[in-house]
Design a protein around this ligand. Structure first.
Ligand SMILES: [Zn+2]
Length: 461
């Protein structure tokens, strides 16, 4: 008889190997060591049996999170971001290279980030590097330090220390990344289209009018920028990923690129799938993000594209700021900070919207755990419950619901587009490498729990 496992979790419904089944998941040294039938004897130091109504799923992998530390730690920070992640069933985050100061655009900047994150992380944390004009030519050095790829903007990013790339610089970045088989992830809005839109009478001096804000960030901006990325990928062979797609009209281009066999992947975000412009009140700048949340018909197109595989994955684009900045200008959409705070709610929010459409939970896990892990090459280790994978597990009650209270979330700033909404899907327990990092009913800030998250580097195998 083998020695006892560290932990065994018994559940009537475990998502493993692409399907649901009753199983015993046995953990040793932080890794799933065995998956057995419920009637098998599996000795362990600790045995947990999930109550009826709870299913065992892999931890969510969120590849688009702005932690903003150091430099803008008042916007978020590693302690609050990773506690929010754990509370939301997210066990891996990949931090964006901007809004922190310094941005992660140099090897030194990456070291600063890692040093800030290491003692505070309650979930596992990896890092994107940044492709800005000044970092072109030195991307490989960051790649060798283990970043998962490079983020570039094609239009102003919102912060001065992270300038966007011109069309020629985009091409140079793709060439550079192709040389070491890296990955370029792109905020795709075309600056010329945005400049022209700003002169559109429908958008000028929009103030609190949500429709005017949408008119200032037209779908054409996404289409033109995505067309440039596709052309660049075709010319260089580089792998590229389109961040936070909001435009349904741009899907035609992406379908074409994928049919052509180009190495392009696409993400959308929980807020584009949850909200629609028709229901966003004027002045409600907690809903401001770029590209913007568009109308209901557009939202249907995004769901359709997820279901047919045109959109590969869903990531939160958690991009908070202080309440002062989020409500700067008293409801003026041009003044307010553009970013939605959603890390803790991304899994229940997407599940709630999927459930209403009759889409099963396993599809949501595909978009938010399996495919996100694959984007950054962490498949096999993250995103699935399988022997040899990290024991990052979530006890989730899909049919339980809760009312969101922004001030009760672990996020540093109590601003949420989801405030007062009722969501389905309660995260009861989150395990990271077999250790509990969140338990429903925890006090905010999880006092007494030692952060056990690890820093992730891209596999160099
Ligand atoms: Zn972002």
């Amino acid at each position: 008889m083998s020695s006892p496992y560290d932990l065994v979790i018994r559940a009537d419904s475990v998502f493993t190997g692409g399907k649901w089944r009753p199983a015993v998941v046995a953990v040793r040294d932080g890794v799933v060591a065995a998956i057995a039938e419920l009637d098998e004897e599996v000795p362990a130091h600790e045995v947990i049996t999930l109550p009826e109504g709870q299913v065992l799923v892999p931890g969510i992998v969120d590849t688009h999170v702005h932690v903003n530390e150091p430099g803008r730690t008042e916007w978020e920070g590693f302690t609050t971001a990773t506690l929010a992640a754990a509370a939301g069933g997210v066990t891996t985050i990949i931090d964006m290279p901007l809004n922190s100061i310094p941005p992660t655009t140099t090897v030194e900047g990456l070291a600063v980030k890692r040093e800030a994150a290491a003692p505070q992380a309650s979930v596992d944390v990896g890092f994107w590097g940044g492709a800005i004009p000044a970092s072109l030519g030195s991307l490989r050095s960051m790649w060798n330090e283990g970043v998962f790829g490079f983020k570039a903007f094609l239009s102003p990013s919102g912060v001065d220390e992270f300038p966007h790339l011109s069309g020629a610089e985009l091409r140079a970045a793709l060439e550079e990344v192709a040389a070491f088989e890296g990955l370029l992830i792109v905020h795709a809005e075309d600056p010329e289209v945005l400049d022209r839109a700003a002169l559109d009478p429908a958008a000028v001096d929009g103030g609190p009018d949500y429709r005017a804000f949408v008119a200032s960030r037209p779908e054409l901006a996404e289409e033109d920028a995505i067309a440039s990325v596709i052309a660049g990928v075709r010319a260089t062979g580089a792998r590229a990923h389109i961040l936070h797609l909001s435009s349904g009209r741009a899907l035609r281009l992406i379908r074409g690129a994928k049919a052509e066999g180009l190495p392009i992947t696409v993400e959308t975000c929980p807020h584009y799938l949850s909200f629609a412009a028709e229901h966003i009140p004027d002045g409600a700048t907690q809903f401001k993000c770029c590209p913007p949340i568009r109308d209901e018909a557009n939202r249907d197109l995004l769901w359709e594209a997820l279901l047919d595989g045109t959109i590969d994955l869903i990531a939160s684009d958690h991009s908070p700021s202080t309440a002062e900045l989020k409500f700067a200008g008293d409801g003026d959409f041009q003044e307010a900070w553009g970013g939605i705070s959603g890390l803790q709610l991304s899994f229940p929010a997407v599940w709630t919207a999927a459930r209403e459409r009759g889409i099963p939970l396993e599809r949501v896990l595909g978009w938010m755990a399996v495919n996100t892990a694959a984007l950054v090459g962490l498949d096999g280790r993250k995103g699935g419950i399988e022997v040899g994978a990290d024991a990052d597990l979530v006890a989730f009650a899909p049919e339980e619901s809760f009312a969101v209270q922004a001030a009760a979330l672990e996020h540093k700033n109590p601003v949420s587009a989801y405030d007062e909404r009722t969501l389905h899907g309660v995260v009861h327990t989150t395990w990271l490498a077999g250790r509990v990092v969140h338990q429903a009913g925890d006090e905010r800030g999880a006092p007494g729990r030692v952060p056990s998250g690890r820093l992730l580097t891209r596999s160099t195998e």
